[in-house]
Design a protein. Structure first.
Length: 428
């Protein structure tokens, strides 16, 4: 489907980098972050660079460093690396500005805007985070970036909200994933825009365009007696997943799709044909095309979206055109494959106030009144556990287990020394 020049192009990438920190990405990101090279014939006679580029990560760095908040160097390095790559491979050598970046433990999001157009009209930038791990810790959770793109006169325009998330893992924990999403909706809160008559915080749904990406961890859940389940547990897995026809059959067992159809999660959001590419998890490390036998292959990594022109009456149709939605098999240092999505938005409005998403009747997302308390309770746990873990890893020369042993050994030696020293002898 063609994208005319009055429709903004939004490129979204997501990757679970398997706790690798600075080593999580190859130097050349063309396969992942230059999709316009693949789809330029669909866009126009002349190649177009995306107007907005959003890149999300999960498991950004080793967990103890993330919990301790020691992520600044890694996220700054990612920023420089990504921006250099999208500019190097842009079809007309376009330049980009960083709109915002945010990281909480291992979940990170960076958003860029093209310098010669959109970046000049970006304003009211906001960032937010929330945790939905045990005790609201950030080992699972979400980060978000919201901004307004004004009209040429600086007024009105449209708001854009990007959310990157990492939800609870493992196939049986579907209810936990749905609860994670509900928690994110209630606690990932943004201040009202300056032009808003209300000063109350708003949920991610209070926007003109919403993009939700990440390792959402929904799995294929096939009855054990079904023929497809039996085949996925044998050597036929790869041949099955190589066929889009078979993948289209498998999609009917995808937890996210089934729950979205029931209206239990991702209400009001749409998605492209995720079965057009092979399952993104779980791969053997170092392998382009071999899945691990430990998990049923699944589409854990996804991009969802909604725009203000979407109607609740047609939940499978969107004013956003999905020009590309695919995975990148060549990345082999993680058990996930990165994904990329290229979206053409509906023509921009010249409204004096930003239009908002139209939600289904009966769905009224509301802020959690205890959101701030929950977030900072989780942050306190993060830092307490993270610094203790970091200290034990430090004294264990990279191993927390060795660190615990060394700490206990040192403590025992200190106690022994205190008891055996002459000054500690009991008086008579």
């Amino acid at each position: 489907m063609a994208a005319s020049n009055d429709r903004l192009l939004v490129q979204i990438g997501s990757y679970n980098t398997n706790l690798q920190g600075g080593a999580g990405l190859p130097q050349d990101l063309v396969d992942w972050l230059a999709p316009t090279l693949q789809v330029s014939s669909f866009l126009s006679r002349e190649s177009r660079a995306p107007d907005i580029v959003a890149v999300g990560f999960q498991e950004l760095l080793p967990l103890h460093l993330g919990l301790a908040g020691l992520s600044k160097a890694v996220i700054n390095d990612r920023d420089e690396h990504i921006r250099s790559q999208i500019e190097e491979h842009a079809p007309n050598k376009e330049r980009y500005s960083l709109v915002a970046k945010i990281v909480n433990v291992g979940v990170a999001l960076l958003v860029y805007a093209k310098d010669d157009g959109l970046a000049r009209r970006v304003c009211d930038i906001q960032t937010q985070w929330t945790g939905c791990g045990p005790g609201y810790m950030g080992n699972k959770g979400a980060v978000g970036i919201r901004f307004r793109v004004s009209n040429d006169d600086g007024q009105g325009g449209e708001t854009f909200t990007f959310v990157c998330a990492h939800l609870t893992a493992h196939e049986p924990k579907l209810a936990h994933r749905i609860a994670d999403y509900d928690h994110i909706v209630g606690s990932l809160l943004f201040p009202s825009l300056p032009s808003s008559p209300s000063s109350s915080p708003t949920t991610m749904y209070a926007t003109s365009h919403l993009f939700f990406l990440g390792d959402l961890n929904f799995r294929l859940s096939i009855p054990p007696t079904h023929a497809l389940s039996q085949a996925l547990k044998r050597d036929e897995t790869l041949s099955m997943l190589n066929s889009e026809t078979t993948r289209e059959l498998l999609k009917e067992f995808d937890q996210l799709l089934l729950e979205r159809r029931k209206g239990r999660v991702f209400v009001g959001l749409r998605e492209g044909d995720f079965w057009a590419f092979k399952c993104t998890y779980k791969y053997k490390l170092g392998e382009v095309d071999h899945y691990s036998a430990k998990r049923t292959p699944s589409w854990t990594d996804r991009v969802m979206y909604a725009t203000h022109t979407d109607s609740p009456d047609t939940p499978e149709k969107s004013g956003i055109s999905n020009l590309l939605y695919t995975s990148i098999p060549s990345y082999t240092t993680s058990d996930h494959k990165p994904i990329v999505c290229l979206l053409a938005l509906p023509p921009s409005t010249a409204s004096s106030t930003p239009p908002l998403l139209r939600l289904p009747p009966g769905f009224n997302p509301t802020p959690d009144p205890r959101a701030v308390l929950k977030r900072y309770a989780g942050r306190t746990l993060d830092r307490t556990i993270g610094y203790a873990w970091w200290f034990l890893t430090l004294v264990g020369a990279g191993s927390a287990v060795v660190g615990v042993f060394n700490f206990l050994l040192s403590f025992a030696a200190w106690r022994w020394w205190g008891k055996s020293s002459p000054g500690s002898a009991p008086t008579v």
